[in-house]
Design a protein around this ligand. Structure first.
Ligand SMILES: Cc1cc2nc3c(=O)[nH]c(=O)nc-3n(C[C@H](O)[C@H](O)[C@H](O)COP(=O)(O)OP(=O)(O)OC[C@H]3O[C@@H](n4cnc5c(N)ncnc54)[C@H](O)[C@@H]3O)c2cc1C
Length: 440
């Protein structure tokens, strides 16, 4: 069966008569009460759509918003230039330029401020609610939805969406509920049921693979260093013929390496790593901010300034290099506990210089968990009009949020994509049904 055949059969064979019960008739039906779904529903309702319904499978909407950012919700990132913003999306990048040129981080900050929620920027650019609690974001979205007349039904898992005879859609829920709507948005996040619905409506799905995870290393020498966090570390991951590079903060864990730079690295390498069954080689420059000359000078300086002290007691770059990490390097090179700088053999010094420059560790697999649990993969972006988030396969159907083949690195970028795609979908539906674009 070709793709167009599949689409035709998905809508034609399941077409259902239009209900006359006003309780089940809506202009806009949003499947999934998460960040993207709420943003779309509120936007459409605020633009004048009267009958907007959100169907949420679980008893509580916005549960990921509540959980997010360790209970603080990293709402977005202080990255104001759309061309720079797209660089934070391993899947998305260039295609997201258009959407972000209409609604980006600055627009999200203003959108929340207009609805009473101020965001504050942290030193690293992440933006959190001023109250520093995710519940403030949940309350803001819920109140905005209520004020604009959005209806919400929880505990309603949509099992099928099909065309109805009026040219709209009918959604059937587990347990028997049926709802008719002129337009439908799928905003089901990474849940398999949403992917199934999108597939049934004719969309090609890029298979999901994990993104944003820590790495399990074959590095017994790092075991004593668990808990150390270090800035300005350069990571290079070799996966088959491919190379991935990041510089930033890392955290040494009991199993290997985590921290923002590691998560960014694995996000960009997510597909290559999955293809290699998570076997790769990681090179780590613990002192990436220092040139070869600087490192040599730092070692020579130890010889002259700390000649009578042992290598264990006096380390180079002491302000940057944690003691436990230095000790692990000494053990690896085979330095004796009473070795003094004055008579340190050149061979040992060379070994230490090599390790300060770069250490190589075999990657054994993924770490147990990441900071933001997102999946790479979802509905192929080529099948979505990214100006409106409307499906190219199934007119009248829109898609937003994590269900799309878009994922960002850690730092608020994943929610930003939800606000952007949800806002564009809500605008587009309101414009189509009320015949006006009130943003112009
Ligand atoms: C622990 C954790 C922390 C995170 N922290 C951050 C952070 O601080 N900043 C950031 O940018 N990103 C963060 N993320 C990622 C972010 O949460 C997601 O990118 C975002 O929630 C995706 O939003 P969404 O609306 O697309 O999907 P979701 O938030 O997953 O919402 C989809 C909703 O649809 C419902 N649903 C699914 N299927 C059906 C169905 N068939 N019928 C009806 N309803 C259905 C689900 O129950 C769910 O409520 C975090 C993720 C996790 C797991």
């Amino acid at each position: 069966m070709t793709d167009p055949d599949r689409r035709a059969s998905a809508t034609a064979t399941t077409a259902s008569p239009l209900s006359s019960d006003p309780q089940t008739q809506f202009d806009f039906l949003v499947v999934g009460g998460g960040a993207a779904g709420f943003m779309a529903a509120i936007t459409a309702a605020e633009q004048g759509l009267q009958r907007v319904l959100v169907l949420e499978a679980t008893p509580e909407p916005l549960s990921k918003v509540r959980l997010s950012g360790g209970g603080r919700c990293n709402v977005t990132h202080a990255c104001w230039d759309p061309t720079e913003l797209v660089g934070h999306y391993p899947r998305g990048q260039r295609p997201l330029r258009g959407p972000f040129s209409r609604f980006a981080s600055g627009d999200a900050v203003a959108w929340f401020a207009d609805r009473g929620l101020d965001l504050v920027e942290e030193d690293d650019g992440r933006m959190f609610p001023q109250a520093n609690r995710s519940s403030a974001v949940v309350n803001c979205l819920r109140q905005a939805a209520k004020r604009s007349g959005v209806q919400l039904i929880t505990g309603s898992a949509v099992q099928a969406v099909a065309g109805d005879i009026s040219g709209g859609f009918v959604a059937s829920c587990r347990g028997g509920g049926r709802f008719h709507a002129k337009r439908v948005l799928l905003a089901t996040g990474g849940h398999p049921s949403g992917r199934r619905l999108a597939g049934q409506l004719g969309h090609r799905l890029i298979p999901p693979v994990p993104s944003l995870f820590s790495l399990t290393l074959d590095a017994p020498q790092l075991l004593g260093c668990a808990g150390i966090a270090l800035d300005d570390v350069a990571l290079t991951l070799e996966v088959g013929d491919e190379r991935f590079h990041q510089v930033g903060r890392v955290l040494i864990t009991h199993w290997g390496l985590s921290g923002p730079a590691t998560l960014r690295l694995t996000a960009f390498a997510a597909r290559a790593l999955q293809a290699s069954r998570y076997r790769a080689t990681l090179s780590v420059s613990w002192c990436a901010g220092w040139s070869q000359g600087d490192l040599l000078a730092a070692l020579r300086n130890q010889r002259t300034q700390a000649a009578r002290r042992t290598l264990v007691a006096s380390r180079p770059l002491a302000a940057h290099l944690p003691r436990r990490l230095w000790i692990s390097m000494l053990e690896e090179v085979g330095v004796a506990a009473d070795q003094r700088w004055a008579d340190c053999p050149a061979k040992l010094e060379r070994g230490l210089f090599d390790r300060l420059q770069q250490c190589r560790y075999p990657v054994k697999g993924r770490g147990p968990f990441g900071e933001e649990f997102v999946t790479a993969g979802g509905v192929d972006l080529g099948e979505i009009n990214l100006a409106t988030m409307e499906s190219r396969c199934c007119p009248g159907l829109h898609l937003a949020g994590e269900l799309m083949d878009v994922d960002g690195v850690t730092g608020g970028f994943n929610f930003q994509h939800c606000w952007t795609s949800g806002w564009l979908a809500g605008q587009s539906v309101a414009e189509q049904l009320t015949g006006s674009d009130r943003t112009l």
